[in-house]
Structure formats: C-alpha cells, structure tokens
Design a protein around this ligand. Structure first.
Ligand code: ADP
Length: 499
C-alpha cells in the first residue's frame, strides 16, 4: 500500500496503560502498535509515535526537553517526558515512543478532566505538541487527532502555522469517538487560546455562542473519521448530530468511519488468566464451567439456564431505561441476568435494587471491576447492549471473542458488527432490533432464548461463529493506513485555507 515509511503522530487525551476513562484509551493504546507492525508485504515499517498529557497518575517518565508555550497571555513551561511502549504483533517486535506533555499547574491534579480551565489545559497541550516537533527534529507526515481535546491542532496547522515549511506538509485526521463530548467554552476563552476574534464565526469555531474544540477539529482537519460507518452516517442527522450535523453534512465528502478493533492478546479466552477456565472455539464446553463459577460468585442458583450479561457505564446512552421497562417480563422468563456497571447514581440505585427484588434471577455488582468483567464475558451465554446510540462499542466485540452472543440495538457500531440471526438460513452473528422500545428489546431477547432452548445445535454453531470473527486491530489498522493515505492526498490537493 505504501512504498515508503510514513511518520505518524497520534494525539490522544488518554491511553492504555497510562491513563484511562473510556474506550478511547484502549484505541490509543492498541492502534499505534498495530500501525507500527503492519508490513503490507514490502518490508515498510511505519514510524509511529504518540503524544498524551502527563497526568499525576503517570509515575515514571524520562525527561527529554522543556520549552515555553504561549497560553493565557503568558509563557508556560512544557516539559516533555517519554516512555516507550512495546509493539509485538505479527512477528514484528518494536519499541514506540510516547511523548508526555507535562506541566505541573495543568496536569498535576487528582483526575484527568472536568476542571474549570479545560480550554486552557488542552489549548496548552495542543500548542505544546506542535512546538515540540521542530525541537525533536522530527516532522510527521500526518497527525491523527482524537476527540475534542486535540481539536485545536488541525486549526493551528491550517492557520497559525500554515506558512511555516516545517509544518505546512503535515496532514491531519480528526477522529470523533463520541460526538456528545464537544469541548465548548465561553467566548472569552478565545483570547487565552491566543486566537483572534476573526475565528469566532459560524464557518470557523463559533458554536452557538461558544468556542468549540470539537468544531475546530471538524472544520480544519483534512479528513474526519469516526469509529464506525453507521455512526459516520448517523451524526449527519439531526437526531444524533448533537447540533454538529450541519457542519458534518458540509464535510460529508471528507467524513469516514472505521470500526475499532480489540486487543486479541489481552482478550483471548484461551490464555486469559482472569476467567475461571480457559477455552477456545474448539472447546466451547469450557464456557459452561465459566457459567457455573460465575453463578456461584454472583450468588445465583447454579444451574443450566441461559445467563445474560450486561457490562456498562450506567448512563442514558446505554439503553438502560428500556431494560428497566421490561424487567418484570424479563425476569418471568427462564434466565439469569448478571449486571456489572457504574455511573449515574439514579441507575446505580435502580440496578442495585434488582438483586433484592429478584434474588433467584438477577446478580448485580455496582462497581468498575475489570476482572469480574472478563468473568461475565466468559460465563454468559448472551450479552445485552440495547444502546440508544453507540459510536462503536467494545462490549459486543469482547463478548463475541468469548463466545457470548450479543443482543443489540442496531445503531452505530453495533449495526456494523452485529447482524441479526436468521433462523431460515442460519446467517447472522447475534440478535438485533431497531425501534428504541422495551417491546422490541423483549421480543428480541425472547428470540434468542427460543433458539438457545429449542435448537442447541444451531446455538452451538452460532457461538463458534462469533468466536471466529476477526475484530482485531490487524484488520482495522489496515483501514486506518488507507485513511491516512487519503488524508495525505487531500492535504496535497487542497489549497491552504486562510483564517
Ligand atoms: P463506552 O466507551 O461508551 O463506555 P464501549 O463499549 O466502547 O463503551 O467500552 C466500554 C468498555 O469498558 C468495555 O471494555 C467494557 O468491558 C468496559 N466496562 C464498562 N463498564 C465496566 C465496569 N463497570 N467494570 C469493568 N469494565 C467495564
């Protein structure tokens, strides 16, 4: 695909194993490794590096350099530290640098986000990353920005740095992981970001009276990307566009969608030390031992009933209201429901009470617990994800890897990765419905239960099929490289915008 090695810089506000609040951290931890080890048959290995803020929780990192960065009308010191991550995929073994932008005032705090000076903190991060490049003597071909915290980088490159020979050839891709989180700030923040008033127009970064980092990324990046094809279409509609649909429709020709992968080494039922018993697609009997052990751990009767797992942030997005709407009908059926989640206190209370209401049927654990999560993925027969919207979704991908059949609402990445089972042809890899109603969810769960109960042979085939699907980063990594190529082409062809 490429006859030369590309220099790629990935920017993210969070990254596994250093700092994580959500799925973006998993992407930022895995994608660079996949990109750096893809060879495409011509021995070209790309030069892939990552930059993130250095939060308080990241303990060790080696000092590399420091320099002043202009922000809020003064000079703040950016200290750049580094850590290496090991990429070991597909027979290739390499170390990749991660640059960590450090500043005591901005990042040495308890927690990563939700501070009153977010615009200043991430404005500083964006400027520091660009100022670092000439000092590293390294000029990337492309910068891949992720989510609003990195949105100023495409803007700065296309305007403030546009005529600088060290920067003007750098193409940008801006990936939206969840359009709901936009980074919108008061008009006054424009000045502390060092941007002139002329940026404050609807064609630039003014957004309903605020300064929007997300909009900066959307308006100025060469290519906009999101984490599934269906979500890329959906965010252009008023319903799911979070008021950005107009600007996204204007950029429809530059808007793409690539489904995330999952880390097939970390999520491997054959080797995962967190689950009760290892198994693979040739030995799915191992799932039963995991089920019985899970039932025991959750205090449920240990017996051969279908177990439905739910692992989720407990927030409106995840379709929890329609689950609660049908909970009485659901618990009438021959099944057990195992819930692991944390988030909105209202949902924490409602789901926490289910155990007391249905002690024979529901096991609920209100917490964030990565070990128990794996045990639920491995020990359940079905996995519930009736999201109201879902940019990509990792839960359904992990569940399939562990032979747990997903039951999903067809939206965003769920629509792209789970196709409804057809009993006539035996095609499909899960159970899917469209209307966002309790009724549609209930009848879909009932279809799944019916197949499980009445046709164990078909069910087993389905379990094997979902385990054999490939949702690894090797696959998505190739698509990202194609997207980067597209961004380079567009950047070369596009006349530079003026601010
Ligand atoms: P989102 O990023 O919107 O939360 P995803 O499905 O993309 O949704 O990713 C969620 C990830 O977080 C999955 O890996 C899931 O297993 C994990 N997760 C969610 N809630 C919990 C929890 N309470 N305990 C452990 N892991 C969780």
């Amino acid at each position: 695909m490429f006859d030369r090695a590309l220099k790629i810089l990935i920017l993210s506000p969070e990254m596994v194993p250093f700092a994580k609040t959500g799925g973006l951290a998993d992407v930022a931890g895995s994608l660079p490794k996949a990109l750096a080890t893809l060879q495409n048959g011509n021995d070209v290995l790309h030069d892939v590096r990552v930059a993130i803020p250095r939060y308080k929780q990241i303990e060790e990192a080696s000092y590399l350099m420091d320099f002043p960065v202009r922000i809020a009308g003064r000079n703040a010191t950016a200290v750049i530290r580094t850590r290496a991550i090991e990429a070991q995929y597909q027979g290739v073994h390499r170390n990749l640098p991660v640059y960590m932008v450090d500043n005591y005032h901005y990042f040495y705090r308890d927690g990563m986000y939700m501070f009153p000076d977010e615009a200043e903190r991430f404005g500083f991060f964006c400027r520091a990353v660009l100022e670092m490049l000439p000092r590293l003597n390294w000029q990337p071909d492309l910068i891949h920005c992720n989510d609003w915290q990195t949105g100023l980088v495409p803007l700065l490159l296309k305007t403030v740095y546009q005529s600088d020979p060290l920067f003007k050839h750098i193409a940008t891709v801006f990936t939206i992981h969840n359009l709901q989180y936009q980074g919108n700030f008061p008009h006054e923040d424009l000045e502390l970001l060092g941007l002139d008033e002329e940026f404050f127009t609807p064609g630039r970064i003014e957004f309903y009276g605020t300064v929007s980092f997300m909009k900066a990324g959307i308006v100025y990046a060469d290519v906009i990307n999101t984490v599934s094809r269906t979500y890329a279409r959906e965010i252009q509609t008023q319903e799911l566009g979070e008021r950005m649909d107009g600007i996204l429709r204007m950029r429809a020709n530059d808007l793409y969608g690539i489904v995330n992968g999952i880390n097939y080494h970390e999520f491997n039922p054959k080797t995962d030390q967190r689950i009760y018993r290892n198994f693979d697609h040739n030995d799915i009997g191992g799932k039963k031992d995991n089920k019985y052990a899970l039932q025991k751990e959750m205090g449920l009767p240990v017996r051969d009933v279908p177990v439905i797992g739910l692992i989720s942030r407990l927030v409106d997005q995840k379709g929890l209201d329609i689950i609660l709407e049908i909970i009485n009908d659901l618990t009438q059926a021959e099944l057990q429901l195992v819930v692991l989640g944390s988030g909105d206190p209202r949902y924490e209370k409602l789901f926490g009470q289910l155990r007391g209401r249905f002690p024979q049927k529901v096991g609920a654990f209100i917490a964030f617990n990565a070990i128990l999560a794996q045990r639920i993925y491995a020990g359940s027969d079905m996995f519930l994800m009736p999201s109201r919207f879902e940019p990509c979704g990792l839960g359904q991908l992990i569940s399939m890897r562990y032979g747990t059949v997903p039951i999903v609402r067809s939206t965003g990445g769920l629509a792209d990765t789970v196709h409804d089972f057809n009993p006539a042809t035996g095609s499909g890899n899960g159970f899917a419905f469209e209307p966002y109603t309790g009724e549609a969810l209930l009848s879909t769960v009932q279809r799944a239960l019916k197949l499980y109960r009445e046709d164990p042979g078909q069910w087993e085939k389905l379990v094997r099929r979902v385990m054999e699907l490939d949702y690894s980063w090797a696959r998505s990594g190739v698509e990202y490289l194609q997207l980067f190529q597209e961004a380079l082409r567009k950047h070369a062809g596009v006349k530079t915008m003026t601010a």
